[in-house]
Design a binder for this molecule. Structure first.
Ligand code: S3P
Length: 178
């Protein structure tokens, strides 16, 4: 199944560690769509890692870059677009996300997010004394924002990336025929 004609792209939103990049890559592969990751676009533009961009230019700069990236993507078609977990923080990004295509929110339990993100150090916002509490606090402020922007929600806890991709595609099927 591909997207309905009227929908140009598939956009994945969700918290850090929800699997947006892996699931996005999998769906893009299945559909023969281009895969785009807003974090990767910004990393390549500055030839720096995300922690380096935060350290050198600061978070507001990074947030501006996220907005610019979404604006530049508006002409895209047949792409699966994974976004950074904080993309929903700026209200000006919401209409941009929604005009890009159908928005799928990948959710996961706090425990699952913790297991996934504690494996690496590439998330500057989690470099705190108590990252577990940081995750809990960020989740509680962000979940309503993901919910407000998403067309479809897929719960990923306990699922492989392939299974999440299956569920997202099945949910899209129901959504496009609803
Ligand atoms: C962020 C999430 C990260 C990255 C940056 C900020 C956030 O992306 O954009 O570290 O504010 O949640 P992932 O969601 O891909 O980890």
């Amino acid at each position: 199944m591909h997207l309905p004609e009227s929908v140009r792209n598939l956009v994945l939103v969700g918290f850090m560690g929800s699997g947006k990049s892996s699931v996005g890559r999998e769906i893009a592969r299945r559909w023969g769509f281009r895969f785009i990751d807003t974090d990767t676009t910004i990393r390549h533009k500055y030839r720096k890692s995300i922690p380096d961009i935060f350290a050198t230019f600061g978070e507001p700069f990074f947030r501006d870059e996220e907005n610019k990236t979404l604006q530049e993507l508006q002409a895209s078609q047949e792409a699966v677009i994974a976004t950074g977990g904080g993309i929903i923080l700026q209200p000006r990004n919401h209409p941009l996300l929604r005009t890009l295509g159908v928005v799928v929110w990948l959710t996961a339990s706090e425990e699952t997010i913790w297991e996934r993100v504690s494996r690496n150090q590439n998330r500057p916002l989690l470099r705190t004394n108590d990252p577990r509490t940081t995750i809990r606090n960020l989740m509680s402020t962000r979940y309503p924002l993901y919910g407000a922007v998403a067309d479809i929600t897929v719960e990923t806890t306990g699922l492989t990336h392939q299974e999440v991709a299956d569920q997202a595609v099945a949910a899209l099927n129901g959504w496009s025929t609803a």
